[in-house]
Design a protein around this ligand. Structure first.
Ligand SMILES: Nc1nc2c(c(=O)[nH]1)N[C@H]1C(S)=C(S)[C@@H](COP(=O)(O)OP(=O)(O)OC[C@H]3O[C@@H](n4cnc5c(N)ncnc54)[C@H](O)[C@@H]3O)O[C@H]1N2
Ligand code: MOO
Length: 414
């Protein structure tokens, strides 16, 4: 079996199959789509690893999942009853019969039958299964209407033959995918691991319990950034609160073991906004410094000297969500080598004012699949709108009319 895994790893490592990695270099205030594309190109997929099935949940298949066996692996009974050979009535050749997980009962010849359990191997010579409720056994004889040949028999290979592709590479490993892999004979899988993310919450004004007081407010980004990164496919190592301490930030960036660092706040140029200065001092390269999107236009993407990407989410809460879906989502997808999420659109229930030049992301609820209702309380510093929303509607520069179809970015659900 190791060979298959090595093949899978070799396939996943084949440079001909690896996405090209053009040199991403700084772009000032790119349009929203261009910023997403830059973020997607900024990183290469993480190297594949082999993981036991019970640790593979949430990672991404690094190579196609091909069946290591026929499924079913042998002809099995679909029902409890009797395996019968030829037309009835039948003589029962054995009282205990064929049980699931046991070797097949002895071969039958026409006129013979044997009790059989759902999932048990069909004995050689059997032509069908007679369901328990359709037959009657007395004194070694079985009577009942003769079932059609093949009735209630699951033929070997009905679901797949050995070598068939069951799932393509880049599929997220859901519980059902793990079940399929186990049924198909796998003990381990070659996966692209979930990217490890670290969240650094910046700001001296933040409180982590109790009510706002003395100009200080509760941290609203710590509680939502980690869970949303998890829902976007990351493994969040830690959420750290660093205040506005430039030294602590420098130390955290220099020593991080994450594949992606996400900071909150400090993207602008206020007196306590140290992020850009620390990035410059560390020799990081700014790949994106502001995006033509509202809210969230000060968001940034940098590459730290070791190659680790850093997404700077603006401090205003809705602006931070905008940064997550604009920059962190495509980065995480690229690191895990996941395919793009299928695009979804819906018709607005009312007009939405646009920004003259920038894209707007507006919280909407989608009570019916084709419609998107813009929500109130959707200012950059507000949370009521986004907390009630199921998606962000992408409003092109200049705005959108009622009933106009616009693209939706679904909010990820943990
Ligand atoms: N002169 C300018 N000032 C600002 C501009 C600008 O273009 N020119 N842009 C504004 C926009 S838009 C945004 S968004 C913010 C971005 O600011 P920062 O990323 O530097 O964030 P802070 O200054 O630290 O905070 C902004 C705002 O958000 C609150 N905040 C921060 N962290 C949290 C948190 N974890 N939980 C809840 N609220 C948080 C913070 O208290 C501030 O109210 O800059 C504008 N300024
Ligand atoms: O764009 Mo700020 O990012 O409006 O909140």
């Amino acid at each position: 079996m190791i060979d298959e895994f090595d093949d899978a790893l070799a396939l996943a490592n084949d440079p001909r199959l690896a996405p090209p990695r053009p040199a991403p270099r700084a772009e000032a205030d790119p349009a929203w789509e261009a910023a997403r594309a830059t973020a997607h190109r900024a990183v290469a997929p993480l190297p594949p690893r082999r993981l036991p099935l019970d640790l593979a949940l949430g990672h991404t298949l690094a190579a196609p999942l091909t069946a290591l066996t026929d499924l079913p692996a042998f002809d099995t009974s679909a029902m409890d009853g009797w395996a019968v050979a030829g037309p009835g009535p039948w003589t029962l050749t054995c009282a205990t019969g064929a049980l699931a997980g046991a070797p097949a009962a002895g071969a039958l010849t026409d006129g013979e039958a044997v009790p059989i359990a759902t999932g048990a191997r069909i004995p050689d010579g059997a032509t069908a299964v007679l369901r328990a409720e359709h037959g009657s056994a007395r004194a070694g004889r079985l009577t009942g209407a003769t079932p059609q040949p093949g009735a209630d028999v699951r033929a070997r290979g009905q679901e797949c033959r050995t070598g068939a592709e069951l799932l393509p590479a880049r599929t997220p490993l859901t519980p059902a995918a793990l079940g399929l892999a186990a049924a198909a004979g796998y003990d381990q899988l070659a996966v692209r691991p979930r990217p490890r993310a670290e969240v650094l919450v910046l700001g001296d004004e933040l409180l982590f319990r109790g009510l706002p007081h003395d100009g200080r407010i509760r941290d609203a980004l710590g509680p939502m950034t980690g869970p949303w990164l998890t829902a976007l496919g990351a493994q969040v190592l830690v959420t750290r609160r660093l205040g506005d301490d430039a030294d602590a930030l420098r130390e955290a960036l220099a020593t991080s073991r994450a594949d992606l660092i996400v900071t909150t706040g400090s993207t602008a140029k206020g007196p306590m906004d140290h992020l850009r200065g620390v990035l410059a001092a560390l020799g990081a390269e700014l790949l994106i410094s502001g995006v033509a999107v509202r809210p969230g236009h000060p968001m940034l993407l940098a590459e730290l000297p070791g190659g680790v990407p850093l997404v700077g989410l603006p401090g205003n809460p809705l602006a931070a969500v905008s940064g997550l879906l604009t920059l962190a989502e495509p980065l995480l997808r690229a690191l895990a080598d996941r395919p793009p999420v299928p695009e979804r659109a819906a018709a607005l229930t009312g007009p939405v004012t646009g920004h003259p030049r920038d894209t707007r992301l507006v919280p909407v609820e989608t009570p019916d699949p084709g419609g998107a209702r813009p929500l109130s309380y959707a200012g950059p510093a507000m949370l009521r709108g986004i907390a009630a929303a199921s998606a962000l509607a992408v409003i092109p520069p200049g705005g959108a009319e009622a009933r106009q179809r616009v693209r939706l970015l679904d909010l990820p659900h943990p």
